[in-house]
Design a protein around this ligand. Structure first.
Ligand code: FE2
Ligand code: FE2
Length: 251
């Protein structure tokens, strides 16, 4: 049922925006991140009312909104939000969608996560098809600066935070040499979102689902270099586990 509804709306968007890919992606990115805002709002509400606290879930969902925000910024840098009508439609649908997802998440959280899995799955296939049909054209264009900043130059903590189902803790370090690479990275981000939504529907998710950084912190091992991803080992080296006394001899 949910998959059919998502498929119907995706079909409408594809028909209306078929020949304007960046406007279509702008619309999809504006709307597709809204459920994460709904999840965050409801989780905050539960915590405020004293029902329960799911700090890891808040952190992961915020990292997902942060990732989707950067997809949106990339589409805006490519001109996807150039026309008033596209902004009007995207923002008003997003507003309505937020209020639709809030009660679904409160009453049927697994269904809300399944809805999001379906949307993220559609996003993955949309970008995958676009990559296959526009490979040469995309490889000839430079990457937007916002994509370079997000995937390469910035603090990647938030980027790592939404990659929750990676058992090896080998976080992605994507290249951004051209626009093709950017779309590959966005497609792969959507794949990570699908995996997280699937993980959150598992019966034991309530107990087992954690932020990837929390898992690292909680791993009880003697030699942490065996469990930390290579890119994090440098951080470990900077932590002195046996700091010298602040007082030197003779002081
Ligand atoms: Fe996205
Ligand atoms: Fe996504």
């Amino acid at each position: 049922m949910i998959r059919a509804i998502v498929g119907f709306f995706a079909f409408i968007v594809d028909v209306v925006y078929g020949n304007r890919p960046y406007s279509r992606f702008y619309l999809l990115e504006t709307i597709a991140r809204v459920p994460y805002f709904s999840f965050l709002s409801v989780l905050h509400l539960y915590e405020t009312l004293g029902f329960w606290r799911k700090a890891d879930w808040l952190k992961v969902h915020f990292a997902e909104t942060w990732n989707e925000l950067h997809h949106l910024l990339i589409m805006e840098s490519l001109g996807g939000n150039r026309y008033w009508i596209d902004r009007f439609v995207a923002q008003h649908v997003a507003f309505a969608y937020y209020w639709i997802v809030v009660p679904i998440y409160m009453l049927l959280p697994k269904s809300a996560y399944y809805l999001m899995e379906s949307i993220e799955n559609h996003a993955f296939h949309t970008y995958d098809e676009y990559l296959k049909s526009h490979e040469a054209e995309l490889k000839a264009q430079p990457a937007p600066q916002i994509a370079i900043n997000y995937y390469c130059d910035g603090d990647l903590y938030m980027f790592d935070e939404f990659q929750t189902t990676n058992p090896s803790r080998e976080f992605r370090r994507p290249k951004v040499d051209n626009l093709y690479d950017v779309f590959v990275n966005i497609r792969d981000d959507e794949s990570e979102h699908v995996k997280t939504m699937v993980a959150l529907q598992q019966p034991a998710a309530w107990l087992t689902f954690h932020s990837p950084h929390t898992v690292v912190e909680l791993t009880p091992v003697e030699d942490k270099s065996q469990v930390l991803a290579p890119n994090m080992r440098g951080c470990l080296k900077s932590i002195d586990l046996n700091p010298p006394s602040p007082l030197k001899k003779g002081e």
